[in-house]
Design a protein around this ligand. Structure first.
Ligand code: AMP
Length: 379
């Protein structure tokens, strides 16, 4: 997989795509898939349900290699993505129930992403009472899949990137490309600057934002802005913040949704978000909807005694609720109980990085830049 340097970029509508998976690799995946299906089918006739439009190229290639008893039926769905409704799926071409009833059915998907389309297909086909229903897909994005229904036959697992070609489209263009291209992202990096209250996230994020030309999203600042302007959101958030509690996830998530809906933002630094595992899961889904991905979580490590000292100092001047030791201790407890588990969430995705947050501002900033550069080089 990955880059084929000599091949050219292509342009579809307003976006640029670069070569990603070559023909030979696709062919290998299809051969593997075909063999697995053949072994499962034995002497039985399989009803292949080709999911249009995306699967037409893949199914044709699979059909040419599959030399056991097979029937092909076609199912056409349309799914709507976007900000307001994630995952509404409509059937445009249906299959008669008697073609499915008591048959061994295998759905042929080009790609299984969130699983929203797949779920609808499974629900609808189950109503037609097949003897057995299995799912085969050429590409599978495990990072994006949100359902529990098993995907039985997988040609190739891919990361959560937007791809076109070999039947897959970007707004209907690109289906006829013989290989897979992926969206070329000119953005630098999207990452979370993480750490307990007082670790220096805000200070460092401001500097990184200017140096790297990124968009900076600090939920704490956003809440303070809302409170100052007495907005309904500010009024909802204030009592929690004053006590040193976290603002409930629903309120925070709605606020983030609105900010990230700006199509022009590129390269994001998150500060103070996600603060719970639920927020982290939400962020992954939201980014995926926009064909973006969190590249890293970078945690600033500062010992607790130092944090308390810094927070007491800051409380005197910043207008935050950091002015007494009791609230500060409560905020730190909240951090350990609710926020620290977010580290594990990103460790599991191999995206966790830690930086020593003790030192002067420039020293710590250089450590952060070193980590960011190492991430850039890898992706
Ligand atoms: P900060 O400026 O990041 O220290 O945030 C100040 C306060 O805002 C926190 O103590 C919370 O009450 C609230 N807050 C900020 N970000 C979040 C978040 N992601 N989830 C819940 N509450 C938050």
């Amino acid at each position: 997989m990955h880059f084929l340097n000599k091949m050219k970029e292509i342009r579809l509508h307003d976006k640029t795509f670069i070569p990603y998976i070559r023909k030979a690799e696709i062919a290998r995946a299809i051969t593997k898939l075909t063999q697995e299906i053949a072994a499962y089918a034995g002497d039985e006739t399989i009803v292949f349900v080709v999911v249009l439009k995306g699967s037409f190229v893949f199914s044709a290639d699979l059909a040419k290699q599959y030399n056991q008893k097979a029937v092909f039926e076609f199912y056409r769905l349309k799914s709507y993505h976007g900000t307001q409704s994630s995952g509404e799926v409509q059937i445009l071409v249906d299959i008669d129930a008697d073609l499915i009833k008591d048959k061994k059915v295998i759905v042929l998907e080009d790609i299984v992403d969130t699983g929203n389309t797949l779920e609808k297909i499974i629900d609808e086909l189950q109503k037609k009472e097949p003897a057995d229903l299995k799912i085969a897909t050429l590409f599978y994005k495990p990072e994006a899949y949100t359902k529990s229904y098993p995907v039985d036959f997988v040609g190739m697992e891919i990361p959560n990137k937007f791809i076109v070609g070999y039947g897959l489209d970007y707004d209907e263009l690109g289906r006829n490309l013989p290989e897979i291209y992926r969206l070329k992202d000119n953005k630098m990096i999207d990452f979370i600057l993480f750490g307990p209250p007082g670790a220096g996230k805000g200070t460092q994020a401001q500097i990184l934002k200017d140096k790297l030309g990124l968009t900076y999203i600090a939920t704490g600042d956003l809440f303070r802005h809302h409170i100052k302007n007495k907005t309904p959101l500010g009024q909802k958030a204030k009592s929690y913040i004053d006590k040193g509690d976290l603002v409930p996830d629903e309120i925070t998530i709605d606020m983030i949704k609105e900010i990230i809906s700006d199509p022009n933002i590129k390269g994001l630094i998150f500060d103070g978000f996600p603060r719970t595992v639920k927020q982290a899961e939400f962020l992954d889904r939201l980014m995926a909807e926009k064909d973006l991905i969190i590249d890293a979580l970078i945690a600033l490590d500062v010992p607790e005694e130092r944090l308390i000292k810094r927070l007491l100092e800051r409380g005197k001047t910043s207008g935050r609720s950091d002015d007494n030791e009791q609230t500060i201790k409560h905020r730190l407890d909240q951090y350990h109980n609710l926020t620290e588990p977010v580290k594990e969430y990103y460790k599991k995705q191999n995206k966790y990085h830690e930086v020593n947050g003790v030192g002067n501002i420039d020293e710590v900033n250089q450590r952060l830049l070193d980590v960011i550069n190492s991430i850039k080089l890898r992706s």
